[in-house]
Write a protein that binds this ligand. Structure first.
Ligand SMILES: C=C(O[C@@H]1C=C(C(=O)O)C=C[C@H]1O)C(=O)O
Ligand SMILES: NC(=O)CC[C@H](N)C(=O)O
Length: 849
């Protein structure tokens, strides 16, 4: 469904031969960048984005200077789009600057298109009432009736995707009785300036819902639905083009008279209140402490471990110098055999395993490789980041802090570090495994919250702060290619071929043994205690989610809760976590299975994950892929794939998925830009061991990936600010990752408001590693992360505590259509897919693994 803006339309300048300039005012929505992309693709326009609360224009206590600044700012544009967003126009804070637009006097007025919240704001300003729908419409697509006039001129069927809980009441008779079908396109006495342009009759209980309007005298238009959604038909583009035609024709007969003011006080005001468009923040990020530049940090990572390189000596070549690698056939050795051969069960280690069933990947499109990240005792370094304090540390193996700095933007810092650690070009780069070495570990949900300016919930009182980002710098690794049956032994640790050869021989010996490698002995453990969320309290939380959705504050909320499993401790020499992991692989093979043990005994973490969901992966050319999952059916006896497909084709399940697809597109559009984001799979059912799920795939690619360059005429259209496409700085995978946290499938939309609501509904309990991500940043420039779900996490507790505590998070997306029982059962089904590894057989009360 990719569209290429450059083919769609030539630039259609207003008065001068330059590209149109359009201002987009964002009300903190999660689809804003999709609208911007649609406009850029449809009009070949320059679009600037500001937020509804831009500090340059929002201050009410500055004797009108902000307002004057706003008017001056608007004079730079040919037209405005007032965007969608959470909340209601009855609350000034929810619409901010949008409310000012409708009052612009003749000297300043310019064409405006309101979308959803922007449309509601327009309508409210000219007499309509904004009220709740009986049934909110989020992610619902319907065929609307339109007047074929104005912005709908010449349009055929319009399949309109809707994301709204509130509606515009212009007191039209059709809004009280579906029989009153006359004068559908006439203004009402109560709202004489609003001419209806489209209606939706799709939902009986809602009756007729106004879908679009135009002002009868001023250049204002508005649509209730979302023309930019992936499920709105191609008419979305035509609406924008029609609007632009109308806007141009209005502007040519109404020249604007305002000229820019440059009084001293105004200039001072602007200097004191610089705006900060979000997309610039990333690049402009200043590291709070100059004590250690990312280059020095990277240098210590790359060489600090090696006795041959004194820690702070400046070296001419920063990145790992080469990749030591050798390969052999894996034969009948499985990933856990290789792990045990390398003794990872008693060491720190990170295993990212692709689950297989009968030797084939669990899900198509994933599962080719498994990666074992090895820790070198006494040497492997770790990066810790503590979100509340913005504190970044480098720790060595005895857990001493080598560097501690404050960073304003940890992702900008990590991006720089990875840039410095990039393996230089050379023949050994030809090894095509996706991971050669680099940072492996986890990022918590709370670290994600910080990227969208939601203050993370602090850890409970008395709990030791655990890192929100924990990455180990992995220099030795094993990659298994399940498709070709090869195993790669790799090291970026200086001259390490001896270890590589030794390890290859060890693998070959084990593989060629007559008998399979001996399995580790069994482990006894007493029946654990499971403390699950109480149904009544979970149901109460579902109600609160639905109330917020009904009020227009969210379109979808991914509610979660935590279960504690308390197991009496067994002797510390027994690799209990490893045994649990092996049970997990057997009982719930998943595309993104992971085993992580990091940190010194007493301070470390164990993670056992069987996630079905890829968050994001990108290759060494920064082309990225997201695979959001939404829509779950429990596998029960007799439930076939066809049954699941029927259930998952319901509007409830599809709506859940669609919302996350549009949210993911928005995030990638913000990084990769218009024309570079494509939905390659939309809502396909995938089968897993215990559930069926609805999966979509969204891809983003840099402009320099073939086929996306602007044609010659775009570069020579006389716009001084225009930067030819090929010279724009190209995004990196880490930027795409940072722009997409926390995972949208674990938040809902619009993301920021939904996260704030969830924090409150979930009683300010941090989600921690659950709902975060696990994966790697590779020294070749690639990366791959899964969403941490279906995962058990244990932090080492106090040494003399008789029990150890595992935590499992589980939840699901709540929408207006959710039922209390249905959502509770879905949460339990997900929980059970991992909880089953802790259940001792009833006969003995003990289990042998
Ligand atoms: C919240 C969980 O899963 C998320 C919610 C899903 C849903 O609502 O259908 C599906 C996959 C995940 O994105 C979980 O497994 O705990
Ligand atoms: N998408 C939107 O802009 C939604 C507007 C408003 N919050 C509603 O729910 O109706």
């Amino acid at each position: 469904m990719k569209t290429n803006g450059y083919q769609s339309m030539q630039a259609t300048p207003l008065e001068s031969p330059r590209r149109p300039r359009i201002l987009f005012i964002d009300a903190y929505d999660s689809f804003a960048n999709n609208i911007v992309a649609l406009v850029q693709e449809s009009l070949n326009a320059d679009v600037e984005i500001i937020r509804i609360d831009d500090p340059r224009y929002s201050n009410t206590g500055d004797l009108g200077l902000s307002h004057l600044a706003f008017l001056n700012f608007l004079s730079n544009f040919d037209a405005i789009i007032a965007g969608p967003g959470p909340g209601t126009v009855n609350n000034d804070k929810d619409v901010g600057l949008i409310k000012k637009l409708w009052q612009l006097d003749d000297a300043d007025v310019l064409p405006i298109l309101g979308i959803c919240l922007g449309f509601q704001s327009l309508a409210a300003n000219f007499g309509s009432k904004i009220e709740r729908l009986r049934v909110p419409r989020h992610g619902i697509v319907s065929n609307i009736l339109h007047s074929n006039r104005s912005i709908f001129a010449g349009l055929g069927e319009v399949h309109a995707t809707q994301y709204h809980s509130l509606q515009v009441n212009i007191y039209h008779p059709i809004q009280t009785s579906l029989e009153a079908v006359w004068n559908l396109w006439k203004s009402t006495d109560e709202c004489p300036q609003l001419e209806p342009l489209a209606w939706d009759f799709d939902d009986e209980s809602n009756g007729a819902v106004l879908m679009a309007t135009k002002h009868t005298m001023k250049p204002f238009w508005g649509v209730q639905y979302h023309p930019e959604s992936i499920c709105t038909s191609d008419e979305g583009k035509k609406i924008i083009q029609n609007w632009w035609k109308e806007a141009k024709s209005w502007s040519s007969s109404h020249p604007r008279t305002r000229t820019t003011t440059t009084s001293h006080s105004y200039l001072q005001h602007i200097t004191n209140n610089p705006g900060q468009p979000k997309e610039k923040l990333f690049k402009a990020a200043k590291h709070l402490s100059a004590a250690c530049s990312p280059e020095d940090f990277a240098q210590i990572i790359a060489y600090g471990h090696s006795p041959n390189h004194p820690r702070l000596r400046k070296l001419s070549r920063l990145p790992p110098e080469c990749l030591n690698v050798n390969t052999t056939r894996v034969g009948r050795l499985c990933v856990t055999d290789l792990c045990e051969l390398l003794k990872i069960q008693t060491n720190e280690a990170i295993v990212l395993q692709s689950g297989l069933i009968n030797g084939l990947p669990v899900a198509n499109g994933t599962g080719r490789y498994s990666i074992i990240g090895l820790f070198v005792p006494g040497e492997t370094l770790r990066i810790h980041y503590y979100a509340p304090q913005r504190k970044l540390q480098l720790r060595n193996d005895p857990n001493e802090i080598l560097i501690e700095i404050m960073v304003q933007d940890v992702w900008a810092y990590l991006k720089d570090i990875m840039q410095h650690l990039k393996l230089p070009d050379g023949p050994l780069r030809d090894c095509f495994t996706p991971f050669w070495g680099g940072l492996m570990g986890y990022v918590t949900y709370e670290a994600g919250l910080q990227t969208i300016n939601v203050a993370p919930s602090p850890p409970a009182c008395g709990v030791v702060a655990q890192p929100d980002i924990c990455f180990a710098y992995i220099t030795r690794s094993i990659v298994i290619d399940h498709q070709l049956g090869d195993v790669y032994v790799q090291s970026i640790r200086g001259h390490d071929m001896e270890w590589v050869s030794h390890t290859i021989s060890g693998i070959q010996e084990a593989r060629d043994l007559k008998n399979p490698p001996s399995a580790l002995g069994g482990v006894d453990f007493a029946s654990p205690q499971h403390s699950l969320p109480h149904k009544a309290s979970y149901v109460e939380k579902i109600r609160r989610c639905k109330e917020s959705i009904g009020a227009g504050d969210s379109y979808e909320l991914c509610l979660t809760d935590q279960t504690k499993i308390t197991v009496p401790k067994i002797p510390s020499t027994t690799p209990f976590a490893w045994h649990l992991y092996k049970t997990l692989i057997e009982k719930n093979p998943a595309p993104f299975t992971a085993y992580i043990r990091m940190g010194q005994v007493g301070q470390g973490v164990n993670i056992l994950s069987s996630s079905p969901e890829r968050f994001m992966s990108w290759n060494r050319y920064a082309c990225c892929e997201c695979r959001p999952i939404k829509g779950t059916v429990k596998k029960a006896p007799g439930v076939t794939l066809a049954d699941a497909e029927a259930i998952l084709s319901s509007s409830k399940e599809q709506a859940e998925n669609l919302m996350i697809v549009d949210l993911t597109r928005h995030q990638l559009h913000g990084v990769y830009g218009a024309g570079n984001v494509e939905v390659t799979k939309l809502m396909q059912v995938e089968e897993f061991e215990t559930v069926y799920q609805l999966v979509s795939v969204v891809e983003g690619r840099p402009t320099d990936a073939e086929g996306c360059a602007a044609p010659e005429e775009d570069r020579s259209n006389g716009n001084a600010d225009y930067v030819p496409v090929e010279y724009r700085p190209q995004p990196t995978g880490i930027e795409a990752l940072a722009a997409s946290l926390p995972p949208g499938s674990m938040t809902g939309a619009p993301k920021k408001r939904s996260c704030e609501l969830l924090k409150d509904i979930e009683n300010n309990e941090p989600r921690g590693i659950y709902a975060g991500i696990i994966g790697y940043l590779d020294v070749g420039g690639g990366g791959d992360f899964s969403v941490v779900i279906r995962t058990a996490v244990k932090w080492d507790g106090v040494a003399d505590d008789p029990d150890e505590e595992w935590r499992i998070g589980a939840g699901g997306a709540i929408t207006a259509q959710s039922t209390e029982d249905g959502e509770y059962e879905e949460m339990i089904a997900k929980l059970d897919s991992i909880r089953q590894i802790f259940v001792a057989p009833p006969a003995s009360g003990r289990t042998i693994l």
